[in-house]
Design a binder for this molecule. Structure first.
Ligand SMILES: NC(=O)c1ccc[n+]([C@@H]2O[C@H](COP(=O)([O-])OP(=O)(O)OC[C@H]3O[C@@H](n4cnc5c(N)ncnc54)[C@H](OP(=O)(O)O)[C@@H]3O)[C@@H](O)[C@H]2O)c1
Length: 240
């Protein structure tokens, strides 16, 4: 891949304050893309935007809220003078609880952040992408978008749902020039695991057994840098 492969292209990346989203923002900017970075933590986004260059923009927002999603859309359009070329849905919450211990707040957050926000943002940018005849929507799914594990009902439900969004988007986008790729990693060593002590639990993979955020970012960059006639439907990534 050339270092300037994405020069002149723009990308909106959610979950960009850390983990897979931040690694993806870095990888896209490393290819020359101008990145709009979205998450709640303004300080992390501002530091990232300064590091990325290429006119990167920090856009703090709470994507569990419909009005904040709408504000992100408006501010992005204004900054980029149109729709982003690449839209990466990486923000996510990862509740772990057996069904009977599942809390309302965890359900609400996971469904709003992991499902509703990708749908709202995609909905907002789709018409513009279609009329331009190009655009790439990358959704970070999970091994849990097809498989289920104990203590995983809320998360698996949200990831199965967002995979369904991705597949529907593809069905509706055929021939429009808009592409969509689902990138589904297995366990990846990020702060998402911090509340769950994976190294201290017999039921969870240790951090040493996990993928790195940069591995997932590589997959995203690979998908969005294929020639326009190549359609990457889905990438499923695990430790070898
Ligand atoms: N790590 C894994 O093992 C793994 C495996 C498969 C799939 N995934 C998926 O990969 C994606 C990224 O996960 P990660 O591992 O990078 O997790 P992470 O390190 O916990 O990062 C989550 C990101 O989402 C943002 N976020 C959380 N709540 C938000 C909100 N209400 N509004 C806006 N942004 C919010 C966080 O930023 P703020 O806190 O600053 O808002 C952060 O940037 C998620 O969709 C996750 O489900 C992860």
């Amino acid at each position: 891949m050339s270092a300037h492969e994405l020069a002149g292209r723009t990308a909106l990346v959610t979950g960009a304050s850390r983990g897979i989203g931040a690694a993806t923002a870095r990888a896209l900017a490393g290819r020359g893309a101008r990145v709009v970075a979205v998450a709640r933590t303004a300080t992390a986004l501002e530091a990232l935007a300064a590091e990325l260059g290429h006119g990167a923009l920090a856009l703090p927002a709470d994507l569990t809220r419909a009005d904040e999603c709408a504000r992100v859309v408006q501010a992005t359009r204004l900054a980029l003078r149109g729709e982003p070329d690449i839209l990466v849905h990486a923000a996510g919450s990862f509740p772990l609880a057996v069904v009977e211990a599942t809390e309302d707040r965890a359900i609400d957050t996971a469904l709003q952040l992991n499902v509703a926000a990708p749908l709202r943002l995609t909905r907002a940018f789709l018409a513009g992408m279609r009329s331009r005849g190009s655009g790439h929507v990358v959704t970070i799914g999970s091994v849990a978008d097809r498989a289920v594990f104990p203590a995983n009902a809320t998360y698996a439900a949200s990831k199965h749902a967002v995979r369904a969004m991705h597949e529907t988007l593809r069905a509706e986008s055929r021939g429009s020039g808009v592409r969509a790729t689902l990138v589904s990693p297995a366990a990846t060593d990020t702060a998402l695991w911090d509340d769950h002590d994976p190294d201290g639990s017999a039921h969870l993979p240790s951090r040493a057994e996990m993928l790195h955020a940069a591995d997932v970012a590589d997959a995203v960059v690979w998908a969005v840098t294929r020639p326009a006639h190549v359609d990457v439907e889905e990438l499923r990534i695990a430790r070898s």
